[in-house]
Design a protein around this ligand. Structure first.
Ligand code: GDP
Ligand code: ZN
Length: 458
């Protein structure tokens, strides 16, 4: 495909010493040559080379910047088009000037995600890979980038393609049946083959969906609620976690006015510290909104940090709250260890199966034990194992859920001997839905929507 040449700054603005202006398209090299002065013209330079030179404003003859220019000719490039990357080391001002010069001399400003969109449209990556790139750009932690990376490698694609192949096998068998309707044994064989294979497909879709919750955690943060009676040290813990860990800046949708979410990265796990009415003012959930309401807040929590005061005795209220969260992932925090012990630790250990961490937040002690415990709970084997396929994208999850419904419909029909040509419809639908996950049969509109979410310059 042929597209206009696009240009943009492809490094995070304001960060790092080097900024790259990236051009992609048929005229990329020619446009760069209008601005670049080096030992040789870029048009006469070999592909996949890095070239030293200067960017000179053709109008004024002024040298704008000393640069290294990477030259990559199609098709062995990210977009499968000619790509020129101008590495500038000056500040944001010079980088902007270089970008402006490329725009004045034939390039068009790239839309967000347009480089990756071209990679997709030129057949370089499939849609699930392109989306993984988008997740990758957004990934704020190492673990999250690992998941995104695996997806870039096409792992999900392979998995989905295998499922689609199984469905094609069933459909082939169904065709045989339709072609020879007069043979009863063909019909029987078809039904049993269909049931067996469709069951396998269904189980495998389930597996994918199961892996999605972990993927989602990595993308959106593990929703974590800090609870406990007033004055036990909840605010102190929250503030400590925020200060001790780089707060994650996020633009995840759904942050409403009433719900404040703080994102922190604890040992590679993004925690979304959630509170229902402004976390700083009303983190004393029990105190301010009562036990009932705090139970509501706890319902949606994936991790509960239950804080207690080492200096206080356990109350029936403590026990009731602890009981109500027994089926969740809870970490008990016995705080104020620097004060006299009045809390019955033995009782807690005997009656609740939750891990107990002892802290003195005021002294900064024990919080790293807590952080390690959080890491242990969520990365115990499962997440760091390299052979799992993660679905970390809401669109994928949605499509997989639909695919699951239609394959189950097919199974249910086969079980009550519905004619195979009717079951065929559900099978084709499953096949199509799975195809959509990897970008086959997707409408133009969907593609545009997806790519406009990309960061500029990718
Ligand atoms: P919250 O009501 O549960 O949010 O508790 P705060 O975080 O507001 O803390 C209540 C009081 O306990 C404050 O005066 C804190 O400084 C103090 N505090 C917090 N952690 C500790 C600790 O580990 N040891 C001691 N001695 N005091 C603490
Ligand atoms: Zn507080």
């Amino acid at each position: 495909m042929q597209f206009e040449t696009i240009s943009s700054i492809s490094t995070p603005v304001g960060e790092g010493a080097i900024a790259i202006v990236r051009l992609s398209g048929e005229d990329a090299i020619e446009i760069a040559d209008r601005l670049y002065k080096g030992a040789k013209k870029l048009t006469d330079t070999k592909s996949h080379t890095i070239n030293y030179g200067h960017i000179v404003d053709p109008k004024t003859g002024e040298t704008v910047e000393e640069v290294m220019v990477a030259l990559m000719r199609a098709p062995k490039t990210y977009t499968r088009e000619d790509i020129v990357e101008i590495n500038c080391h000056g500040g944001i001002h010079t980088v902007n000037r270089v970008l402006q010069l490329t725009l004045n001399h034939g390039a068009r400003m790239a839309e967000p995600g347009e480089f990756t969109k071209r990679a997709f449209l030129n057949g370089r990556v499939d849609l699930s890979q392109a989306e993984a790139v988008m997740d990758f750009i957004r990934a704020k932690t190492n673990e999250a980038s690992k998941v995104a990376n695996q997806q870039v490698q096409g792992r999900l694609k392979t998995y989905i393609e295998e499922l689609r192949q199984s469905i094609l096998n069933i459909l082939a068998q169904v065709e045989v049946n339709i072609d020879y309707p007069e043979y009863d044994d063909v019909e029987e064989a078809t039904t049993s083959f269909l049931l067996e294979e469709a069951e396998k497909v269904s189980v495998n879709i389930d597996k994918l969906l199961k892996s999605s919750s972990e993927g989602r955690i990595l993308r959106e943060g593990l929703s974590t609620v800090i609870v406990g009676k007033p004055n036990v040290g909840k605010s102190s813990l929250l503030n400590y976690l925020i200060q001790d860990n780089k707060a994650i800046v996020t633009d995840v949708a759904g942050t409403t006015r009433d719900i404040l979410e703080e994102y922190v990265n604890v040992n590679g796990i993004p925690l979304k510290l959630v509170d229902t009415a402004g976390i700083r003012e009303t983190d004393d959930i029990v105190e301010k909104i009562g036990v009932e309401r705090s139970r509501e807040a706890l319902k949606g929590a994936e991790l509960i940090l239950y804080v207690m005061n080492n200096n206080d005795e356990l109350t029936p209220e403590d026990l009731e709250l602890l009981k109500s969260v027994d089926d969740k992932k809870v970490i008990g925090i016995v705080n104020k260890l620097d004060l006299e012990n009045n809390l019955d630790l033995n009782y807690l250990e005997e009656h609740f199966k939750i891990p107990l961490i002892k802290t003195s937040i005021i002294k900064g002690e024990g919080v790293d034990d807590l952080e390690n415990e959080i890491q242990k709970m969520f990365f115990d084997g499962s997440l760091s194992s390299t052979d799992s396929t993660y679905v970390s994208n809401n669109r994928h999850i949605n499509l997989l859920e639909q695919a699951k419904v239609s394959i189950e419909d097919a199974i249910a029909s086969a079980e009550i001997d519905v004619p195979v040509d009717i079951i065929q419809i559900d099978l084709i639908k499953t096949w199509e839905l799975l195809g959509e996950v990897i970008g086959e049969d997707v409408s133009e509109q969907l593609i545009d929507k997806l790519f406009s979410q990309f960061c500029l310059g990718k």
